[in-house]
Design a protein around this ligand. Structure first.
Ligand code: ADP
Ligand code: MG
Length: 238
């Protein structure tokens, strides 16, 4: 079943074509990884799905509903950013609860969801700290916790691990894989790390200058790249 459908999605900034008629059927529960060189349009595509960037053309369908004109809060998806985007003046608990409060979720439900997510992400001991009192890895967990408590039908990640050191990156990658196996939520994950792409993805989309170069399961791209571009991209270590 299709959870998110992109139909001839385009993005232009003035006369600059950034995304050219991209078509993707993202399956329900699928872990889809977007890769491609810097500037190829990965973040732009993700931000259009999230509703943070206006769509210049085409149709975006989430859960059977055209959402082109809907604000982020009405799209039933949560995005996790590379720079965490936590509120510095709020505690971890407040950071995680904020979005739910704004939506009018009851205090009981908020507390339950925050505790549940904190347990899953192993941040239950830090709920009263400020972001500045946390390590990079812990901040990233909080950012994920804030997405999880919304209980969205889909998660969007934009290079969530790229600010972490190598050891933490491995740890968090395994954590994200575990989380996905547990929640089975539709996920679109942007990375420029081949190992992340190969190990996390059900399917990988290789973007090249705003166009899909190839889309398929990791091993298919690895063994049967359809272009030199894909071969270089999937084959070469970062
Ligand atoms: P990626 O995430 O793959 O590195 P981006 O989606 O951030 O790439 O950017 C794709 C292209 O769109 C780049 O050429 C970038 O310079 C351009 N771009 C992104 N945001 C804007 C903007 N607000 N105005 C003009 N050009 C932009
Ligand atoms: Mg980007």
């Amino acid at each position: 079943m299709t959870a998110i459908a992109l139909r001839k999605i385009r993005k232009t900034y003035g006369s600059l074509d950034v995304i050219h008629e991209v078509d993707i059927d993202i399956r329900s529960g699928e872990f889809l990884v977007l890769v491609g060189p810097s500037g190829c349009g990965k973040s732009t595509l993700l931000r259009m799905i999230a509703g943070l960037e206006e769509i210049s053309g085409g149709v975006l369908d989430i859960g059977g509903k055209v959402v082109n004109a809907l604000p982020p809060s009405d799209r039933d998806i949560a995005m996790v950013f590379q720079d965490y985007a936590l509120y510095p003046h709020m505690s971890v608990r407040e950071n995680m609860a904020f979005g739910l409060k704004m939506r009018g979720t009851s205090e009981d439900a908020i507390n339950k969801r925050v505790s549940g997510a904190a347990d899953i992400l192993k941040i239950a001991n830090f709920l009263d700290r400020r972001p500045a009192q946390l390590s990079g890895g812990q901040r990233q967990r909080v950012a994920m916790g804030r997405a999880i408590v919304r209980e969205p039908s889909a998660f969007l990640f934009d290079e969530p691990l790229s600010n972490l050191d190598a050891a933490l990156r491995v740890e968090m990658r395994l954590e994200i894989a575990k989380l996905h196996n547990r929640m089975k939520a539709t996920t679109v994950y942007v990375t420029h790390d081949q190992v992340e792409a190969m190990t996390l993805a059900d399917r990988i989309v290789v973007l090249n200058a705003g166009r899909i170069e190839q889309i398929g399961p990791p091993l298919e791209l690895y063994h049967r790249p359809e272009s030199l571009f894909v071969a270089r991209f999937i084959g070469s270590p970062t």
